[in-house]
Write a protein that binds this ligand. Sequence first.
Ligand SMILES: Nc1ncnc2c1ncn2[C@@H]1O[C@H](COP(=O)(O)OP(=O)(O)O)[C@@H](O)[C@H]1O
Ligand SMILES: [Mg+2]
Ligand SMILES: [Zn+2]
Length: 422
Amino acid sequence: MKASLDPVQTLHEEPAEAEVVSHRLMLRAGLVRKLAGGVYSYLPMAVRALRKVEAIIRQEMEAAGAQEVLLPALQPSDLWEKTDRWKAYGPELFRVSDRHERSFALGPTHEEVITDLVSQIIRSYRQLPFLAYQIQTKFRDERRPRFGMLRGREFIMKDAYSFSASEADAHRIYARMQETYARIFRRLGLEHRMVEADSGLIGGNLSHEFMIMADSGEDTVISCEKCVWASNIEKAPDAEICPVCGSPVTSRTAIEVGHVFYLAHKYSAPMGANFLDAAGKEIPFFMGCYGIGVSRILAAAIEQSHDGQGIVWPVSIAPYRNAVLPLGPGMAERPEVLALLDSIESLWPGETYFDDREVRPGMKFQDADLRGFPFQVILGERHVEKGNGEVKIRRSGERIVLPLKDIPALLSARVQAILPES
Ligand SMILES: Nc1ncnc2c1ncn2[C@@H]1O[C@H](COP(=O)(O)OP(=O)(O)O)[C@@H](O)[C@H]1O
Ligand SMILES: [Mg+2]
Ligand SMILES: [Zn+2]
């Protein structure tokens, strides 16, 4: 991508509307723009990062045996009446009516839709288990939409639903999803923690959340100082010592990025979603559901990883891995610079933001730091004249001067060290 063809400018003033650092940086770096409270447009760089998050989620969900579906956002109210959630969901449910006065919900979650669908497809235990996921826009009329992508009224979620013939099988899938989530967050480059959780409006009795520690978090996590035990404070409001090992606990604010629930018959029973078990008896599906806040992850990653200059993207989800910054008049057309650009391009197709603008070097540095590309290849006239260039690592600030021809190998080695699976 050439910066001269990119109409999106960075903002150098602090946006007044933003309360948290991720929201400020997303506005300043040109990732999103607000349309209405809790409703945002995603600009091209944000979409690139979102697609990378989604690709990792898809790979891991497929590896865990899940199949992708795409379910309607427009959901008839009768479905929601079957589970009593047309009433119970309250004002958070967006409700619309069609020209015939039939009412619909704009899906905040999809338990009703998927349960109805699966009950039409699956008749026998022989067709079980079934694990389906989707990546879709959700609508929730949040009482306090705020903090930008962290709490929107329209946001992107990966949700998944499992259907099992027995409780034991449902628990196996639940455990597999816990492992899958840990892998996903690790690959996303996010430091996270799994905690015991309350099941809230979704219901059920077994539930864990995946949390990213951050000062702006709206949740509080208490965790053991010695072992891995941790809980949402809502679930263990009075805990002063760890129930597993008896050590003291500490509390920290955190952002919930994922949530898994064992639902048992909570949806299948009221909806009459049954199958024939091995004994020929009709019983309800044993269900689980599993969510990840895809758009929230962008903001959470920035909350966890930024500095005074701007965003520090994890390599796995950076909009572009690399910025190439030719400095000075005519440098963007120099044959050495274009040759290097070509060889980086063949190493990582489409992963370079080429700042070919005729602006002063300070502005290129500021913008590249603000946008948080993991690597910057800085090409000043004096270095290039001697056949050299400089690579700056955004996260550590480390700078390496080396021959132009060695730059692709250095970039490749650095990424291999961070992302062995890529
Ligand atoms: N308003 C929102 N804006 C952005 N992401 C959200 C929002 N609500 C939920 N999410 C994301 O979707 C995931 C699944 O949602 P869920 O657990 O059903 O929601 P909640 O915890 O609000 O009841 C959450 O872990 C979170 O990452
Ligand atoms: Mg939740
Ligand atoms: Zn402990």
